[in-house]
Design a protein around this ligand. Structure first.
Ligand code: PMV
Length: 323
């Protein structure tokens, strides 16, 4: 039985967003979601199980990490200790090639890689569905970083049927995500608390009622490589999630002036015939999607835009894998 393993996973950008849980403990989402893994960004996690007393040890990008982060990770590892019957502590090393807490979904890649490395090191050989279900318990969107390429997370009604599957491999569609970083600061309200606020918005019910229609439109747009259709539904879905955020109690407003400037620029460019759209997660940074053929035109639009500090670029990526 191996007692250590190394795995790598990519973060993902949702085209149809996950916002709100129907059940918090099992992290069953209020709606299904669809995303694309981001090849250029990754988190690599090494896990070694050691038979000793005390706490799990976690080093993130060279820094020993305790507090709430370690508590969350240890609670997640308890699920693996239960499944494997292992009574050991974990020594974990997590390294990412992008900043955490900047709305670039580091928890998705980190928990997907951790799930794979920790289960394998514990001697468990789980299939993609079982890994996705387990990763979901660490961070909802992490379940979408387990399968490859373009991915759909079925909301499900129980722990057993809430997981993500690949709907198309990365090479299916040469889409590019240009991430306009307008702030690299840690966000004030993370997604964990944000999900809990979603039901307090009077708009959440309407957002959820319309979700099956948006999921259909998005799935079809991906399968037929119809960028215009993807642009329409991805922007609508992002705007609906932010409308819920802005109208929850207390309200959440993640946008900065530069966020809106980028949104306007993208909309303007599309009106002029450039195939481009935006989508925004729980943060101020803007993900700008376009086909590979429009990449340099879109980059040129972003360069020189006030408030845009940096543009990080990625195409579609593989699923979580052992190294
Ligand atoms: O998986 P979490 O709890 O980090 O939630 C992700 C929430 C959004 O990024 C805003 C939307 C999504 O579907 O990725």
């Amino acid at each position: 039985m191996p007692s250590s393993a190394v795995a790598l996973a990519h973060p993902n950008i949702a085209f149809i967003k996950y916002w709100g849980n129907r059940e918090e403990t099992l992290r069953l989402p209020a709606n299904g979601s669809i995303s694309m893994n981001l090849a250029a960004l990754w988190t690599r996690v090494t896990v070694e199980w050691e038979e000793r007393e005390g706490e799990d040890h976690l080093i993130i990008n060279g820094e020993a990490t305790g507090g709430a982060t370690l508590q969350r990770v240890s609670a997640f590892l308890d699920l693996i200790r239960q499944q494997s019957g292992l009574n050991a502590r974990a020594n974990m090393l997590s390294e990412s090639n992008f900043p955490s807490g900047a709305g670039l979904a580091s928890s998705a890649s980190a928990f997907a890689a951790l799930t794979l490395a920790a289960t394998r090191a514990a001697g468990l050989e789980l299939d993609s569905i079982a890994l996705s279900r387990l990763a979901r318990r660490g961070s909802g969107s992490a379940c979408r970083s387990v399968p490859s390429g373009f991915v759909e997370w079925y909301a499900g009604a129980s722990d057993a049927d809430s997981y993500a599957v690949s709907i198309a491999p990365p090479e299916h569609w040469a889409l590019v995500d240009l991430i306009a970083i307008v702030s690299a600061e840690h966000k004030a309200v993370g997604s964990l608390q944000g999900h809990a606020l979603a039901p307090s918005s009077p708009l959440q019910a309407a957002r959820l009622a319309d979700a099956p229609r948006r999921l259909d439109l998005c799935r079809r747009a991906i399968l037929t490589r119809d960028f215009e259709a993807l642009a329409a539904v991805a922007e609508l879905d992002s705007d609906m999630m932010h409308a819920v955020m802005m109208t929850s109690a207390p309200p959440l407003l993640y946008w900065q002036p530069a966020t809106i400037a980028v949104m306007q620029t993208v909309r303007g460019a599309r009106a002029r015939g450039i195939a481009v759209c935006y989508t925004i997660d729980a943060g101020p940074n803007v993900h700008i999607l376009c086909p590979e053929s429009e990449r340099s035109a879109v980059r040129a639009l972003l360069e020189g835009l006030e408030g845009v500090q940096e543009v990080v670029e990625s195409g579609p990526g593989e699923g979580a894998r052992l190294l």
